[in-house]
Write a protein that binds this ligand. Structure first.
Ligand SMILES: [Zn+2]
Length: 358
């Protein structure tokens, strides 16, 4: 504050200190507000003693009974904006890389931080600004969205969300929207996030299943899968290089899973990958698991329940198939429901039954 007063960017009035906005020519460069909306935004705290309606207080003189600190201008307390500049300059230096914050703080808070910091130091304050959107809530399906705010009594704490939604699905929900966009927390959006995460997980399991097919002579070389993998990887990198566009990055992963699913659905009982096909399946799995991991989504190999092995499960699936062919549907249904009880889901396709872990 002393430096700003010395450089005539700030002035003292009756124990207060105000920043003089017209003294900083670049004011408005972050929020790109024009002069009129800068003034309109400042009206709330209009004070006739200010030289310009946009001037803001760096220091306020103490009112009786308020906590206060001594200063060259008498007892008082710092204004909100100056606290942030003082803290970031103390811990990060006069210029630093990334300043983050909610989009509701761009004006006037961050604009004022830039003005007072750069006017004092003569150096660029933050090189990159990352502003996140707001979280909205819908109380029920089809209900209107509203901002999550203490004043509306609709705040859900992170701990409660973790309990209700679980870590992985919550993480998916957060990155399903671009960080600069608003985010909706509702039963529906949580369900969607869960379903989408499941689809990625199942994609990985499908690759595992296809790799488990024993190689016969010839076999498929899966050139289309390799092309889908290449496209997904390129798309993912492109998206993340574009201001961390996580929705596009996730779409790229789902594109790859789509190709895997088509392959899984078309693969007949006699399907087997060639040696090259296996290499490509393995590469597709590495790409899917690796890129999902970049986003913090762990697509782990699903663990088979204790006491079971893939061979045993396959045996049960084949015996159930024999029972169906013999018209013993009750037995077939019982095998299906008992396996479901163990967390193994059977999917009947045209000429084959496949299984996956739930
Ligand atoms: Zn701040």
């Amino acid at each position: 504050m002393q430096r700003l007063v010395e450089k005539r960017h700030a002035y003292a009035i009756d124990g207060d200190v105000a920043f003089h906005v017209p003294s900083f020519a670049e004011y408005g460069k972050l929020s790109r507000r024009d002069l009129d909306s800068q003034i309109a935004g400042a009206r709330v705290e209009e004070d006739r003693r200010k030289r310009d309606p946009r001037d803001f207080f760096l220091w306020k003189a103490a009112k009786p009974g308020e906590p206060s600190w001594e200063s060259p201008w008498g007892a008082g307390r710092p204004g909100w904006h100056i606290e942030c500049s003082a803290m970031s300059v103390k811990y990060l230096g006069e210029g630093f890389d990334i300043h983050a914050g909610g989009s509701d703080l761009i004006f006037p808070h961050h604009e004022n931080e830039i003005a007072q910091s750069e006017a004092a130091s003569g150096k660029a304050f933050a090189r990159v600004w990352m502003h996140n959107g707001m979280m909205n809530v819908a109380r029920g399906d089809g209900e209107d969205e509203e901002k999550m705010a203490k004043s509306l009594g609709n705040v859900v704490g992170l701990r409660e969300m973790l309990d209700r939604v679980g870590g992985p699905a919550l993480r998916y929900l957060y990155i399903a929207a671009h960080y600069r966009s608003d985010l909706l927390y509702s039963e529906g959006s949580v369900e969607q996030a869960r379903g989408a995460l499941d689809r990625l997980q199942i994609g990985r399991q499908t690759i595992d299943r296809l790799m488990g097919k024993t190689t016969k002579t010839g076999g498929s070389d899966l050139a289309e899968l390799e092309e889908a993998r290449r496209v997904a990887k390129e798309e993912f990198h492109d998206a993340m290089d574009d201001d961390f566009s996580t929705p596009r990055a996730l779409a790229a992963l789902h594109g790859l899973v789509g190709a895997v699913n088509r392959l899984g659905a078309e693969a007949s009982a006699s399907f087997a990958p060639s040696e090259e096909g296996r290499t490509r399946l393995s590469a597709a799995r590495d790409t899917l698991v690796g890129l999902a991991g970049v986003l913090g989504l762990g697509l782990e190999e699903a663990s088979i329940p204790r006491g079971l092995t893939t061979d045993l499960i396959q045996l049960l699936v084949e015996l159930r198939q024999k029972a169906r062919e013999a018209g013993q549907y009750e037995i077939a249904d019982e095998v299906r429901s008992r396996l479901a009880g163990l967390g193994i889901v059977l999917e009947d396709r045209q000429d084959e039954t496949t299984w996956r872990l739930r």
